[in-house]
Design a protein around this ligand. Sequence first.
Ligand code: BES
Ligand code: MN
Ligand code: ZN
Length: 488
Amino acid sequence: MTDLRAITVTATDLEALKEAEGRVAVCVTPEGKLSPGARRLNRLSKGALARAVESAGFEKAKTGDVMSLAWPAGMAAEAIDVVKLPRRPSVAEARKAGAALAKVSTKPALVLAESLTRPEDLAAGLALRAYGFTDHKTEKGEAPGAVTLMVSKPDEVGPRVETALAVAEGVVFTRDLVSEPANVLTTTEFATRLEALRDLGVEVEVIEEDRMAELGMGAYLSVSQGSESPAKFVIMRWKGGEADAAPLALVGKGVVFDTGGISLKPAAGMEDMTMDMGGAGTVAGVMKALARRKARANVTGLVGIVENMPDGRASRPGDIVRSMKGETIEIINTDAEGRLVLADVLWYAQEYEKPAAMIDLATLTGACIIALGHENAAYFANDEDLSGAFSKAAAAEGEGVWRLPFGPGYAEQIKTPLADIKNTGGRAAGTITAAEFLKVFVKEETPWIHIDIAGMAKTAKETPLAPKGASGWGVMALNRLVADRYEG
Ligand code: BES
Ligand code: MN
Ligand code: ZN
């Protein structure tokens, strides 16, 4: 488990600057206006700061960039990091600045935020960009150092920073889960890590295979039958809202490893399929964020945890299984397993949790990466209101989403003569036919969004707030959607 970088808030104390150790960061507006803290640092460094701000380098730097002055004379610190940032930055600018500071160095730092608006977003950037998954490194290197944020109104800023860090903890929880290899994060281990959310006040229920069989979850169980690891259907309830308010249901695909099953995947790149539980990982991260910040809303997370393996007992192409809803499914390709799991979890969510709305997340289709790459997740919605609220929340958090359409022609692609539907729809519009498959298991009256995060859960390149690897994509957008729409 990766600990979140420690960030504390205190009142600005200019007398402390001279002896401060590690790094000292200060914000300077693009116009070169020096705050009281910057003026003090300039005096201590015998004018070095003002010269830096007047330099061509500062002029050329973009908003949120950092310019470092090493070993300033007259100070104990090893560097002054000058951040080019307006006093009223946007959310994205403040986070970029925090991330830029974390990229320069993860040594202990004192950050003069003074009267900067959105210090909580600067803090989020500092915490999230400093992430590294070192659990399986023998030499772990130094953990990121503590940060002290100096602000003019600590009583006001403190709680806001705490909330931002609660959400960051959720993001880091997701990143850790997605980073874990499948021999460590087995289905059982995944369930155990979710059970630990009980310590934060989340009600956690684990449904085992025998009960799933009783419930008639034949689609979900067909994916599990080739694995030595048992399927674990985990339900997490956060009850922070009115006792009688219907919850928002968050559903996640939790395939701890996807070999493709009998329709085996090619060897090249198969190791990436450790992230095929990314949807469940995101749901878990949102639940953690909500619990840590004590959200005043009812939200239920339901994750279908399973491993897709080839085996003598594995399901085969051509098998026909019966879903909990009653719909029969012809399995054309055992590698289209995520939708089989989700079919039963979505149906259970509606039958047993009676949600006000339902959102599922899944690393569902390779086709989604072909369509949108690693810049946007694809989403589908059957409700304009929910769609608008979601895309607004995602935009506010800088998490890219792009809506794709449903349509009767696409639904036609998953028809089969042998059963009610089949689990693949051919090469054309693979992301859409997968969504059409899920839609069969969503009641018309349930406002619903499906998000395909195949290109987003783990990336080969760094993103603004994450080093390369597991991104924790979606935790912030969904946390904000809950705050905007389901809290007071
Ligand atoms: N987990 C994969 C989708 C995926 C691929 C996620 C690459 C992330 C990166 C999913 O289970 C899958 O194998 N989908 C198939 C569906 C096909 C057989 C209809 C695919 O996309 O090829
Ligand atoms: Mn697959
Ligand atoms: Zn998969």
